[in-house]
Ligand binder design. Structure first.
Ligand code: T46
Length: 143
């Protein structure tokens, strides 16, 4: 599985750092929603789901956390610990966020508005879903 991590350009000067994120320049999609999580309780694992269509970029703008990505065949663990790094998560990837530092603020830029119907929250259902998606792709490639 290829993990795509963006390294954003910090605009630093003697006052400190500033990162600016613009859709289609720094972010590969139109940003329709921004949300963030903080005060995450020690030991908590968030996520446990995949999205059928949603694309996102996760930026740990303060503190640190880890993200486990799973495409049904392979798992990868990605640490997020710099406010200028963004983890791109395309659709159809199971994700879990964990190991949050007490001061962690995880900001997420999303390509779509909140839509519960886009979530797959059951892992077995996820595996079946991606298999059917792959079969569909194979059929489309042969046509
Ligand atoms: C994802 C990971 C990285 C809303 O009302 N609007 C929103 O935009 C979001 C994201 C959540 N909510 C509500 C729904 C739940 O009642 O906030 C509550 C917590 O959401 P959830 O349990 O889905 O949070 P996480 O941390 O498990 O997952 C979130 C995103 O939902 C998800 O899309 O990829 O962060």
């Amino acid at each position: 599985m290829q993990v795509v991590k963006y390294v954003f350009q910090p605009h630093g000067d003697d006052r400190g750092q500033l990162v600016a994120l613009e859709e289609f320049r720094d972010i590969p999609f139109r940003i329709k929603r921004v949300y963030y999580m903080y005060d995450t309780v020690a030991g908590v694992v968030r996520g446990h789901h995949a999205h059928k269509s949603l694309e996102q970029i996760l930026v740990c703008i303060h503190g640190s956390c880890k993200v486990r990505l799973d495409n049904g065949r392979e798992k990868k663990i990605v640490p997020l610990e710099k406010p200028y790094e963004g983890l791109y998560i395309p659709n159809n990837i199971w994700r879990e966020m964990y190991d949050f530092s007490p001061d962690a603020v995880l900001m997420v830029l999303a390509s779509e508005l909140y839509e519960e119907a886009d979530y797959i929250r059951d892992y077995d259902e996820y595996l079946k879903y991606i298999q059917s998606e792959e079969q569909l792709m194979n059929v489309e490639e042969k046509v």
